[in-house]
Ligand binder design. Structure first.
Ligand SMILES: Cc1ncc(COP(=O)(O)O)c(C=O)c1O
Length: 360
């Protein structure tokens, strides 16, 4: 068997222990004589999987009882409109902090239904910083304040919790959920596409405070109304059972590792190692300000752009794959989610250092 080190931004690496468990379960899952993909979502076996996944996630993130955990489809992108349709009456003002591409996309959808107030936008800085909160122009009457916890493309992540004076904070945590400790009750709603730190694509996680459910207008389609999922245990129609099952295995795996505290510790070590390598080098640089550098997605550019193709070709041959940066940023990007181990980061650093020596 030859597994590569996969630095993809998403879909991305899944722990080998989880893949092995899936492989063992595949043709005869839990003595059912069939795979989980072939089983009814309403059957007893899948119900147990679904309930355990929810309770393990609750334990990992310490989710308070007045929050619902929902397992949806449609990706994080569908949440861009669901949030607007569920949390704000039509044409009501909603606040958005823009720190990169995903925040801009979220604004585009919300603008179809609501009056969007941009509280800050670091475009002038090419999305390499987060504007100081004292300069944010918040609307005290906004229905919610939306932030993108970690901008996957630019590699910009919040290291502080914005203050909102009671306005619910909605956070797109697609690329940072389960990577660090959070206080769920600081948020009104958290959403995340699964395909980075949770499991396979096709599943979207929503954690939403009780009082924010049930406000959608009557003409909002049922499957875009959080209440539908709350009332049915996320099973009003057929859920993505396989992705849900794998997510449950990932949650078990994370608990066995020691929970989020332990995972965060490893993520700090991994990201510090890589940023130090970049900062000490004469060839690589990361354009993001120190106080908002992402622990999950680390872009790095080469001072000599003509070496980029060679870097990608040789790193790929060395088993370090999916390092090409997003076209809007260029250069490289290493996504080092939970399933990317210290060994992968160390191998990447060793490669980068040797590449720099060889190309002096
Ligand atoms: C921060 C962020 N938000 C939203 C999305 C869109 O997610 P999806 O493809 O699940 O709709 C992504 C995808 O990579 C992302 O990184």
């Amino acid at each position: 068997m030859s597994r590569v080190h996969n630095f993809s931004a998403g879909p991305s690496a899944i722990p080998l222990e989880v893949l092995t468990k899936i492989q063992n379960d595949l043709s005869d899952w839990g003595g059912n004589g069939m795979s989980v993909m072939e089983a009814s979502h309403r059957g007893e076996s899948f119900t147990q999987v679904a309930e355990k996944a929810e309770s393990d996630l609750r334990a990992l993130l310490n989710v308070p009882d007045n929050y619902h955990v929902l397992f949806l489809q449609g990706g994080a992108t569908l949440q861009f409109s669901m949030v607007a349709l569920n949390l704000a009456a039509k044409n009501k003002t909603v606040d958005y902090a823009i720190t990169g591409s995903w925040g801009n996309k979220a604004v585009k959808e919300a603008s179809k239904f609501n009056k969007v107030n941009i509280v800050c936008d670091s475009k002038a800085d090419n999305y390499t910083s987060i504007i100081d909160e004292k300069d944010w122009r918040k609307d005290p009457d906004a229905a919610y304040l939306h932030i993108t916890e970690n901008e996957t493309i630019g590699g910009v992540e919040y290291s502080f919790m914005p203050k909102s004076n009671g306005v619910p904070i909605v956070s797109d945590m697609s690329s940072s959920i389960l990577s660090r400790e959070i206080n769920v009750s600081d948020y009104g709603l958290i959403y995340a596409g699964a395909q980075k730190n949770i499991g396979p694509a096709g599943l979207t996680l929503v954690i939403v405070r009780d009082d924010l459910v049930g406000q959608a207008a009557n003409d909002v389609p049922s499957l875009m109304n959080y209440k539908t999922y709350v009332d049915s245990g996320s099973m009003s129609n057929t859920p993505p059972t396989f992705s849900w099952y794998v997510a449950g295995l990932v949650f078990e795996y994370l608990i066995d590792l020691g929970g989020i505290k332990a995972i965060e510790k490893t993520n700090i070590i991994k990201s510090d190692l890589l940023y130090n390598c970049i900062d000490e080098s004469m060839l690589y640089f990361n354009p993001v300000k120190n106080d908002c550098r992402s622990r999950m997605n680390i872009p790095f550019l080469l001072n000599d752009e003509s070496l980029e193709k060679k870097f990608l070709h040789e790193s790929n041959q060395a088993g370090l794959v999916n390092l090409k940066g997003h076209r809007s940023v260029g250069g490289m990007r290493a996504s080092i989610y939970n399933a990317v181990g210290i060994d992968a980061v160390s191998d990447l650093i060793a490669f980068m250092q040797q590449f720099e020596i060889d190309n002096k």
